[in-house]
Design a protein around this ligand. Structure first.
Ligand SMILES: [Zn+2]
Length: 52
C-alpha cells in the first residue's frame, strides 16, 4: 500500500538534451550529469513545500 503510493509520486528525470532517462524518484532540487551526452541537467520543483 505504502510502496504503491510512493510509486505514484515518483517522476522520471530525463536528460534535457538527449532525453535519456537519468533517474526516477521524488526530488526538490537535483543536478545530474548525463553519462551519454555530458549535459549537466538541473531540475527544481517550484511548487515544493518547504520542510523547514
Ligand atoms: Zn543526455
Amino acid at each position: 500500500m505504502e510502496k504503491k503510493a510512493i510509486d505514484a509520486t515518483k517522476e522520471e528525470i530525463r536528460c534535457q538534451s538527449c532525453n535519456k532517462k537519468l533517474a526516477v524518484g521524488i526530488y526538490v532540487l537535483v543536478e545530474i550529469k548525463c553519462p551519454r551526452c555530458k549535459t549537466l541537467n538541473s531540475f527544481q520543483k517550484s511548487n515544493a513545500k518547504s520542510v523547514f
